[in-house]
Every structure is written in C-alpha cells, then in structure tokens.
Design a protein around this ligand. Structure first.
Ligand SMILES: [Zn+2]
Length: 442
C-alpha cells in the first residue's frame, strides 16, 4: 500500500482508535498488541509527507514491527527490519546523532546521500532550546528540521545526569538547572514521554537514570529499581496517550557492571513488553571489556523478536563486535565529533588530517570511497581547510566519516545475508588499527 493510500484511508475512515487502557495493557501485553487496526495507525500522515517510505509492510505495523531476516550461525548477529511510521529501517543500523535538531554540519539531503536511515533527536536539548512551543508551532521535529525519515529520541535521562550540575532526584522525577541559563527545570517519565510525543518521534526511549562509572553495587541496584518504576510509568503514559499513533517505545536496561543486576533490569523491562530494548549505562567512561560485558550480561534476557540498541557506542570494530553479540542498533558521536578535530575514519583505523604527512597528499581520504568528499577533494586540500579553520573542512570530513560508519553497517548487513559475517568480522577487526583518538604528530 502506498503512502497516499494509507493517508486517504486513514483520513476517510473516521474511526476512533479502539480503547486501550494502561491497566489492561500492563496486565495483558498480548491483548494490547492486537488492539488497533492498521488503518487507525496512520491517521496523521500529512499530504506533504506523501513521499515517505511507507510501503506494504507499514500497513501491518502493529503486528510485525520487527522482522528477523537472517541470523548468523557462528555468533548472535542478526539481520532484521524495523517498521516505523516514517519508513523501514534495515538492521544492524547506525544512527547519526542530531543533538540540537541537526546532525552537526550536515543537511538532511547529505544524510540521505550517505545512507542514513534514521537519526537521533535529543529530548533534553530540544526541550531547553528552542523549546516545545517552537517545535509544536513548526509542525514537529521532522518538519522543523526537514528530515522525513525515522527519528529516535532519547529520553533526556542521560543528559540530565551528565550535563546539568545541579540536580535532585526524587521518586517523581529529576529537578535540575538548565546548563544554558541555569533556569530550574523538571523531567519525569511522563514529561519525557510528552516531550517526545510533541517532537513527533518514531521511537521513544523510556526515561531512565544513568549512574556513573564506576558505581557502587547498592546504588546501581537502587537506581535500576527506580528506573524500572519509571519505565512502568512511561509504558502507562504511552499506552494511554499514544492510542492510534504508530510509535515505538524502547526500555533501557541498566545495572552497571553487575551481571545479576543487568538480568534483573532486563527481565523487569521485558515484563512491560516494550517494542525494543536498549542497553544503557555504557559509554560512560568504562573500559571496552566492561562495555562488552554489559552487552553479554543483558542480551540473553532480551526477547529475540525485538530490536536491541546499544546506546552511545562505539568505534568501528566495537560496532562489529557488538553486532556479533546480538545488537541491532547503534548511535555514536565519534564520526561527527572527531571530524571537527581533523580525524577521519578508514578501514585501517583513524588518520589525523592535520598531520604534516598530508601536506601535499593528492589522494582522497580513502581510495575508492564513494562519498562526495573522496570523489572531489584531496587530503592536502582538506588539511589546508582544517588548518585555516575553514568550516568546509569539518563538513567534508563529517560527510566522509558518516559515510564510513553507514557503509560499514551496509557491509555487515550484506555479509549477514550472504552468510559470510564470521569472515567479515575477522577481517575487519584485524585490519583496523587500534583506536587512538589523540593520535596527532607534528
Ligand atoms: Zn570518503
């Protein structure tokens, strides 16, 4: 079914979404899943969004929003497809980070060119600036930023705990001061869900507490229990308020470095029947071995028929290793952040274009790379731009780096479909030099 047909059916049907109460959902997830007709799921698609990538599969969104296409026999890697209201996402997938309603230094058409399927929006930042009134009046985040493919929004939990210095955690939520102007603010599970709804997100993240690393066991346990209670409230809000809207809601597994706490967190969330599960509390300064352990300690307790998302990770070989551990979705600021200090990703590791060795180098960043940067510009020219602090320099590296990450995920998907993922994994990780973000020689 085409998007236009979906829209017409949705607007003509005039049927109100069927009733689904928070209570019935929590008591009976299976009943809750079958509560809506496909048509009722798409009543809000606008005429000017008719080029959205909705297809036949979107019509049965409610019944099969995640489909496993193939699995690797030698590892836990999976090739899948996730249906959203703004199109299908092929997994494993990398999601560029659009913190302030922009993936830094790129336009939406450039994101499409490098193969981005879904991007991240940031609840905390967009809530503080420009604020919900602006986003609402401008028709939601998709229209505001000119991006008509899927958007996943984080819950704001991670930023509240990492950015705002003054905060007070209560059972109700978190009181904090804006890192921009110090204004007092409050985020709770319900407020976070409401913000993500106003943004028009396709994939909501439950509001969680993200404890620091390292973290005492007693605090990690108390924190994860509160996160579970908050997850329950998020689920309650979304089941009640999102009736008829084709939106997905993911829970976030916490529990720090403690295996039994990860299990407890995962099982508690699975009981709430989320549409997908994120592994949180990683990317907080822990060593790589702890990061992989957090995945290993969480993944066995997550349902195979739901997508898994490792939050805020990682380097290219880490992505390959996490795919092998059964993770389907990733986001990370590395490709965009490192671009801004002149660092480019290649299959052999990172190179710093500020280095003198590139001064007259006529080669592109990577020979044979299909990105627009490598098609037109030399290392020498990009080095000059970075040295001269010209904006174009960081734009060109950002485009190449995003292309590198997205192409890597495409290669992983192709290898999974061809049954050659074990060979790809071994070859890629062996070829990639150890990641050294500060490597810069005069
Ligand atoms: Zn390139």
């Amino acid at each position: 079914m085409l998007a236009r047909e979906v829209w017409l059916l949705g607007s003509q049907s005039g049927s109100a979404p069927q009733t689904s109460t928070r209570e019935s959902t929590l008591l009976s997830p299976i009943l809750a899943r079958s509560r809506r007709s496909a048509v009722d799921n798409f009543p809000f698609v606008q005429v000017d969004e008719l080029d959205l990538r909705l297809d036949d599969s979107a019509a049965s969104f409610e019944e099969m929003h995640f489909e496993l296409v193939s699995t690797d026999l030698m590892s836990r890697a999976r090739r899948g497809r996730l249906e959203t209201a703004h199109g299908t996402i092929d997994t494993p997938v990398f999601m560029p980070v659009g913190t302030q309603g922009t993936v830094k230094a790129t336009t939406p058409s450039e994101l499409s060119e490098v193969g981005a399927q879904v991007i991240l929006g940031n609840t905390y930042h967009l809530f503080l600036r420009p604020g919900l009134d602006v986003i609402r009046e401008c028709g939601g985040l998709h229209r505001f930023m000119g991006w008509n493919r899927p958007i996943l929004t984080d819950s704001g939990g991670f930023q509240v705990f990492s950015l705002s210095k003054l905060r007070r955690i209560t059972e109700e939520g978190v009181h904090f001061n804006s890192h921009i102007d110090g204004a007092p603010c409050f985020l709770s599970p319900e407020v976070s869900m409401q913000i993500q709804d106003t943004l028009g997100s396709d994939i909501f993240m439950a509001f969680d507490e993200c404890p620091p690393y390292p973290c005492e066991r007693a605090y990690a346990e108390a924190s994860l229990e509160r996160t579970l209670r908050w997850a329950h409230r998020c689920r309650g809000w979304t089941e009640k308020q999102l009736q008829g809207k084709p939106r997905l809601v993911f829970g976030i597994v916490q529990g720090g470095v403690y295996r039994e706490l990860r299990e407890k967190s995962a099982l508690g969330l699975v009981n709430l029947d989320f549409d997908g599960y994120a592994i949180g509390g990683v990317s907080v300064g822990e060593p790589e071995a702890e990061m992989m352990r957090a995945i290993d300690n969480s993944e066995p307790f997550l349902p195979k028929d739901k997508p898994r998302y490792a939050m805020g990770l990682g380097t290219p070989p880490q992505l390959v290793e996490m795919v092998a551990r059964g993770v389907d979705m990733f986001d990370c600021v590395l490709p965009t952040r490192l671009a801004r200090n002149g660092t480019a990703f290649t299959a052999a590791g990172t190179i710093n274009l500020k280095n003198a060795e590139h001064k007259t180098d006529q080669r592109p960043i990577t020979e044979g790379c299909a990105c627009s940067t490598c098609q037109s510009f030399s290392r020498a020219y990009i080095r000059h731009l970075i040295k001269a602090e010209e904006i174009l320099g960081l734009r060109l590296i950002t485009i190449h780096n995003l292309h590198f990450y997205l192409h890597l995920m495409r290669q992983i998907r192709d290898a999974l479909e061809a049954g050659t993922f074990p060979e790809f994994r071994e070859r890629f990780v062996a070829n990639y030099a150890r990641y050294e973000p500060d490597a810069e020689t005069p």
